[in-house]
Design a protein around this ligand. Structure first.
Ligand code: FAD
Length: 457
């Protein structure tokens, strides 16, 4: 067997497994630093989007292949180095994602009450690294900076009531905080115009369907400059967004408890406040002839006691791999890692760490296939790993006291989450803390159904 280690069990890692196992002579170990698989499908996608979350069912099928082992709760770089992995695997594919947020780079960004959307998303999705008490939502008014789908998720979840979300798997402590939320106004702030917004029409439309909130758009901010007109003419999705926004601009608010203000052409220049956030200062912007955003000098202050920035993600360097600080990705040629002296033998990347944080879940499929094609093309010339015993790497981890969560462990976590959900009347509820996840994983043997007439596993 050709032995491959994959670092990261998000969509990119799992789609790579799918492409590799098609061959029939490849054994794959998938490492993840979390006890659970699926990366941002579990910890990014919003809980009120069950259809998108259900992609995990297809990913499950891939990881249940007999030639695949899942090894969760193993941080590559901390628990075992890439150099060590090379003793056990003929090739290594890193699909570690882009885990940290980009900063606004304005004064006041670190005041209490100013957060990244990454922190908020991690908290409401019950990520084991997110402290349970990270958020209180005492703010009356929240400014969300950014005009992408993640910003839309954050705005939507702040606008909904806890009752709207109770049937999801949102953790109890999050529902309890949202139940006590004081929020009345949510300002979604973008530094460019509506034609440049990154959200998709389906996600945008959903904001207008929230029973608890009115959407407010200033017609003047929808006026189009020549650059925007051109975008509209060439991009049907942009036109659809504009149609939705124009429809809202003509609506009268109907007095719902919460208001969503969509604010275009506003560049954040300062998070104001004395220790705590008291507002977001913005400068009105426009495009210059070259299409660059420039300030007009008109300054506003948006009333806000909480600021959430959602202006993109950055990959983190992976110890042992080259890293391009400018793009926050690993330099590569069709997935082959490229160091200063050329391609690094046997090392590959896929997903966000390869191409940056763009695209939807499905984009990673094509991306991972490209990398696997490169790997399989190289395979005949790669030096075989010196250690061929598949148990050896497990023994090394055990020796170091690393509790690796295998597939049975993950199934035990799933079962425990279903049981937890049943206690509160939802299909499932998240277990959030790492210790509790590990406990659930270790709880034991998964009930196995024996196929009729078979001898059992
Ligand atoms: C908040 C948010 C919401 C989103 N919602 C949607 C949506 O609704 N629909 C959609 O199509 N797309 C959505 N996306 C985009 C989608 O999630 C990404 O395209 C996709 O997850 C990227 O896949 P990836 O495998 O590169 O990274 P990830 O999904 O981030 O997976 C990386 C994995 O690597 C693991 N890892 C990292 N470092 C290590 C290490 N040192 N050792 C071991 N394991 C490690 C991580 O734990 C993680 O499991 C969303 C993104 C975000 C941020």
């Amino acid at each position: 067997m050709f032995r491959v280690a994959i670092v990261g069990s998000g969509p990119a890692g799992v789609y790579a497994v799918e492409a590799l196992t098609r061959r029939g002579d490849v054994a794959v170990d998938v490492f993840d630093r979390l006890p659970s698989p699926f990366g941002l499908v579990r910890y990014g996608v919003a809980p009120d989007h069950p259809k998108i979350r259900s992609i995990s069912a297809a990913l499950t099928g891939v990881l249940e292949h007999p030639d695949v082992r899942f090894l969760g709760n193993v941080d590559v770089g901390r628990d075992i180095s890439l150099a060590e992995l090379r003793s056990y695997y003929d090739a290594i594919l890193v699909a570690s994602g882009a885990a940290v947020d980009r900063r606004l780079g304005v004064p006041g960004e670190d005041l209490a009450g100013s957060f990244s959307a990454t922190e908020f998303v991690a908290w409401y999705n019950g990520h084991p690294d997110a402290p349970i008490d990270a958020f209180t939502v005492d703010a009356r008014s929240v400014a969300v900076v950014g005009m992408g789908n993640v910003a839309v998720d954050v705005v939507r979840l702040l606008a909904k009531t806890a009752d709207d979300l109770r049937s999801t798997d949102m953790p109890d402590h999050v529902l309890a905080v949202l139940e006590r939320s004081h929020v009345t106004d949510i300002h979604m702030v973008g530094r460019r115009g509506p034609a440049h917004a990154k959200f998709t029409t389906r996600e945008l439309r959903e904001l207008g369907e929230i029973a608890n909130a009115d959407v407010l758009v200033d017609e003047a901010e929808l006026e189009l400059d020549p650059v925007s007109e051109q975008l509209l003419a060439t991009q049907p999705a942009t036109r659809r967004n504009l149609d939705v926004l124009r429809g809202w601009a003509t609506r009268q608010p109907s007095g719902r408890p919460r208001r969503l203000h969509l604010r275009f052409w506003q560049r954040p220049v300062e998070v104001v406040g004395d220790r705590r956030v008291a507002g977001l200062r913005t400068e009105h912007t426009q495009l210059d002839e070259a299409g660059n955003v420039v300030g007009t000098g008109h300054i506003f202050t948006i009333d806000a006691q909480m600021v959430l920035r959602s202006v993109g993600y950055r990959g983190l360097p992976v110890p042992g791999l080259p890293f391009d600080e400018r793009t926050a990705t690993v330099p590569n040629d069709e997935g082959r890692v490229v160091g200063t002296k050329g391609p690094e033998t046997g090392l590959y990347v896929a997903g966000w760490i390869k191409r940056g944080p763009t695209g939807v879940i499905g984009t990673n499929k094509h991306d991972a296939r490209q990398t696997v094609a490169s790997m399989l093309e190289d395979a005949p010339n790669l030096p075989p790993a010196p250690v061929r015993d598949p148990e050896a790497v497990l023994a090394l981890l055990a020796e170091r006291g690393v509790v690796a969560v295998d597939w049975a462990g993950w199934l035990a976590i799933e079962l425990a989450e279903v049981e937890l959900g049943q206690q509160r009347g939802s299909a499932r509820a998240r277990i959030t803390q790492r210790d509790a996840l590990l406990q659930a994983a270790m709880r034991g043997v998964i009930p196995q159904t024996t196929p009729a007439g078979g001898d059992g596993p």
